[in-house]
Design a protein around this ligand. Structure first.
Ligand code: 2M8
Ligand code: MG
Ligand code: MG
Length: 264
């Protein structure tokens, strides 16, 4: 069994980033040695802090699937760095993403602002994170969150231009996110499931929990999916072939409700 989870609006409360209502399930997963694999749009720098606080030993996925972080126990050919981690990059570099965004903005005059245009204080303002955490959210490696300040028509044209440049656009609870087109939360899961298979000689049962449009590829690639009721009112369309449970509660309370449903 592998449990994949989104953070904001899922394991963490959308506004306060608290996870207290999930504590008893976190303890239960740990006791049963079930790997809890964070799969988030946050940066590795942000996740590392939480991963340690939760005492996790599992791999984690950052920036909407653009990069996978393996502890030594999940490595085959990879050599862990001196902190004990090996990074697999599936997406495009942050530098290339910013270059494309700046070129598109210069020619199309679209109105948007990304984290690369923000000071750390502005990141803090838009996310509700304190300055220290905002600094970690600012350390992007392979995706750019942005606020769209232009029309819906312009957004559709922007989406097509990104595809033309080998990039893609997805949406989290607060921001649009630009990333490489061969990444995404689903692809990163497929990678880790294959790795698990190579290590253990069998495929795992997979559970996935998320609340946003960027979680759809995750929910569509697991055996048992939990759609957590969102704080936002963005429509979320999931293929009807998915084994889906939709929670009535939001955030970490919904997260626990979902695990009660599938594993309780
Ligand atoms: C960003 O992502 C969230 C998650 O869904 C969003 O779009 O609302 C990320 O850039 C992340 O790094 C940051 O911590 C988070 C804070 O709300 O926002
Ligand atoms: Mg979320
Ligand atoms: Mg997320």
């Amino acid at each position: 069994l592998l449990v994949f989870t989104d953070l904001d609006g899922s394991l963490l409360d959308h506004a306060t980033y608290d996870y207290t209502p999930a504590m008893s399930w976190l303890a239960r997963l740990e006791k049963n040695a079930v790997p809890l694999i964070i799969n988030t749009s946050k940066t590795a720098a942000e996740v590392m802090v939480l991963h340690q606080a939760l005492g996790l030993v599992s791999p984690f996925i950052t920036e909407n699937g653009a990069s996978i972080h393996l502890p030594a126990s999940w490595c085959l050919d990879e050599t862990p760095d001196d902190r004990g981690w090996a990074d697999i990059v599936l997406g495009e570099s942050y530098r290339r993403i910013r270059n494309v965004l700046e070129a598109i903005r210069a020619t199309e005059r679209f109105q948007f602002r990304g984290f690369g245009d923000f000071s750390t204080e502005e990141v803090a303002e838009h996310t509700g994170l304190d300055t220290q955490d905002a600094e970690l959210a600012h350390l992007r490696e392979a995706s750019e969150p942005l606020i769209w300040e232009d029309s819906d028509d312009a957004l559709e044209r922007f989406r097509l231009l990104l595809i033309g440049a080998g990039l893609s656009l997805t949406q989290g609870g607060r921001f649009y996110h630009v990333l490489g087109d061969n990444s995404g939360k689903g692809r990163a899961i497929a990678w880790l499931v294959d790795r698990y298979h190579l290590l253990k000689g069998r495929r795992p049962l997979t559970v996935g929990l998320g609340d946003g449009p960027n979680d759809v590829p995750m929910l569509e690639s697991v055996d048992r999916a939990v759609l957590i009721r969102g704080e936002h009112d963005i429509a979320i369309n999931i293929a009807d072939t998915v084994n889906l449970y939709t929670t009535t509660q939001k955030g970490p309370a919904g997260w626990s409700e979902g695990l009660d449903h599938w594993l309780g």
